[in-house]
Ligand binder design. Structure first.
Ligand code: PMP
Length: 394
């Protein structure tokens, strides 16, 4: 029988469920956890305690991680500042730069499909906010961008990959355009790093945000890349205190988290090409299975230019939330995790032109490192059955 109420899953039900929400977060890889464990008890030093070996050992571990994290994006270790995640990195980049800047530029340019940790911050800064138009697939329209970015633009903030529809943006072209007009470019790469090749030098980016828990590392740790290092941009810190991280991020460093983040980057750097093609072939199989069984399904985002594990699907006239409640074997989401539970439909889906009804009829599927072919086969048949039950009801 179809139910419309959210039920709390039993513990063993959760353990057996198929996890398809890799955009919200990823499980910590056991190799990452093993790298972290010694830094809770045996190697617990404070990396700022530079006078004794206990502190020095922790500082060495932090610097090794800084190298691993810079490596995955083609940066130098001294260009990496540790934060508590991409939300903080986005805040430090945008608030930090806009509040430190003293000059005549009074515009910030971004897109309507950014994460709320970019969009909501931009609206707090007292600058004029201009949005770059995106097309039906979420791709920034470069012709319009030429007119929107001007010599009054202080910073252009564009994500590398979208967390709902997976669309990848043409970052190097946007950077070139922005630099021609003297603007700085920030990129929220929380969904991109570890999933697609990211190279800050090839992209020419100035500031770039990363998050550990999106690439099989622990939660609560992230980084901000600053081109040419912390002193190359005026950035006003969000936290004032002991002056860690070149005064940009005071607070004792989260050593186990940073070590895990570093290991996660080292693993992803090595495995990315093989992993990305494996995951995208599973995603294609998943969508082909659904296509063959469901008449009226729409795939959102840029089909051949999206994250390997992303599948955003609209089933017109079926309420996505009710469908999800009726598929307790699957763990997936309707929109971004941060927005789930909110009464408003996803701002991303509305911005690419979906009606409110279609936005409410959309599920977000995210496949990842531990997804198996058998899970994909099961998930596609469970979804097909749910769609046909709901269609029969309609
Ligand atoms: N930006 C994007 C594109 C994201 O998907 C997320 C996570 N939902 C964030 C920023 C925020 O990252 P964190 O959870 O590390 O704060």
């Amino acid at each position: 029988m179809l139910s419309m109420n959210r039920r709390k899953p039993e513990q063993n039900q959760l353990a057996r469920a198929i996890y398809l929400d890799y955009h919200a977060t990823t499980p910590c890889d056991t190799r990452v956890l093993n790298a972290m464990l010694p830094y809770f008890i045996e190697k617990f030093g404070n990396p700022s305690s530079s006078l004794h070996p206990c502190g020095q050992e922790a500082a060495e571990a932090v610097e090794k991680a800084r190298m691993q994290i810079s490596g995955i994006m083609g940066a130098m270790p001294e260009e990496i500042i540790f934060t508590a995640g991409a939300t903080e990195s986005n805040n430090l980049a945008l608030q930090g730069f806009a509040r430190a800047y003293r000059g005549k530029r009074n515009e910030i340019v971004t897109t309507p499909i950014e994460h709320k940790s970019v969009l909501n911050v931009c609206h707090e800064l007292g600058y004029t906010i201009k949005l770059l138009p995106v097309d039906r697939t979420g791709l920034v329209d470069l012709e319009s961008a030429r007119k929107v970015i001007t010599n009054r633009t202080l910073v252009v903030s564009v994500q590398a990959a979208n967390n709902e529809i997976g669309t990848l943006q043409p970052i190097p072209q946007i950077v070139e355009m922005a630099h021609d007009r003297g603007a700085v470019v920030h990129c929220d790469a929380a969904q991109a790093v570890g999933k697609i090749p990211v190279n800050v030098r090839m992209w020419g980016i100035d500031l770039l945000s990363v998050s550990s828990h999106k690439l099989y590392g622990p939660k609560g740790v992230g980084a901000l890349f600053i081109n040419d290092g912390p002193h190359s941009f005026p950035l006003k810190p969000l936290l004032i205190g002991g002056g860690q991280e070149h005064n940009l991020r005071s607070g004792t460093l989260n050593v186990p988290g940073i070590v895990g983040f570093g290991e996660a980057c080292a693993i992803s750097s090595k495995e990315l090409p093989k992993e990305a093609s494996h995951i995208s072939s599973l995603r294609d199989l998943f969508e082909e299975n659904l296509y063959s069984q469901i008449d009226n399904m729409q795939i959102n985002g840029a089909i051949s230019n999206r994250l390997p594990g992303n599948s955003s699907l609209t089933f017109p006239r079926i309420e996505a939330e009710a469908m999800i409640v009726n598929m307790p074997q699957l763990i997936l989401s309707t929109g971004s995790a941060c927005a789930s539970g909110a009464p408003e439909p996803s701002h991303v889906l509305l911005a690419i032109g979906l009606s409110r009804e279609d936005a409410y009829s959309t599920i977000r599927v995210g496949l990842g490192r531990f997804t198996t072919r058998s899970e994909v086969e099961q998930a596609s048949s469970i979804i097909s059955e749910a769609v046909s039950s709901f269609s029969a009801l309609n």
